[in-house]
Design a protein around this ligand. Structure first.
Ligand code: URA
Length: 210
């Protein structure tokens, strides 16, 4: 499958993303913005879910109307910043199961090191949507997708707030079968692995740890 990247350019979402980028935005507003943007990304990433018609009786008449069919969903958060996107996505996808993958970036090598892995038992039967706000080097995302494939998952999507061109290229090369949905593609990564202009450390800004 060709590598597929969707940039969601809806004005509401772009406005909220700009507010989130602002270094003066407080922790509570940043958290709320990430949650709201995540809802909008959930709306877009589920745009191609299959539907089937069922019969429904309205107060006026009986008709055929669509409901979602196909695989059930599982959201997988890459800890810890991915958790900031979960509630906004669950608002829209209340029946989704949730898994967590703990990966930290080795500060020297910027490689992903796994410390936590917990998924629903039937994850291999589900469409898995992996969430992490920042696609920077792509190392964490790539490691998470590889672990999910090892666990038997065959239907995967990746959703982030911001992507660096370097991360898109790395993830596309390692996992060309996994479509990526993002709110923006920024300019580049700096020497510390931060996205420029980006929004800083998403985890610290969501949880107020700095
Ligand atoms: N992770 C972040 O939180 N921010 C970046 O800019 C890059 C990785």
């Amino acid at each position: 499958m060709a590598h597929c990247v969707t940039v969601v350019d809806h004005p509401l979402l772009q406005h909220k993303l700009t507010m989130a980028r602002d270094a003066a935005t407080t922790t509570d507003n940043f958290r709320r913005l990430v949650r709201e943007i995540a809802s909008m990304l959930a709306y877009e990433v589920t745009r191609d879910l299959p539907t089937e018609k069922i019969r429904v009786t309205t107060p006026v008449a009986e008709c055929e109307a669509p409901v979602i069919s196909g695989k059930k969903l599982c959201l997988v958060s890459i800890l810890r910043a991915g958790n900031g996107m979960l509630d906004g996505m669950i608002d829209l996808l209340p029946g989704a199961r949730v898994g967590h993958i703990g990966l930290y970036r080795d500060p020297e090598s910027l490689e992903a090191v796994e410390y936590y892995f917990k998924l629903p038992d039937d994850v291999e039967d589900r469409l898995v949507i992996v969430v992490d706000p920042m696609l920077a080097t792509g190392n964490s995302a790539s490691a998470a997708l590889s672990r999910l494939k090892e666990a038997g998952v065959s239907s995967l999507k990746f959703v982030c707030l911001l992507a660096a061109p370097e991360g898109l290229a790395a993830l596309g090369a390692a996992h060309p079968d996994v479509p990526i949905t993002t709110a923006a593609v920024d300019d580049h990564l700096n020497d510390h692995g931060y996205i420029v202009p980006g929004l800083g450390d998403a985890g610290d800004r969501i949880f107020g740890t700095k």
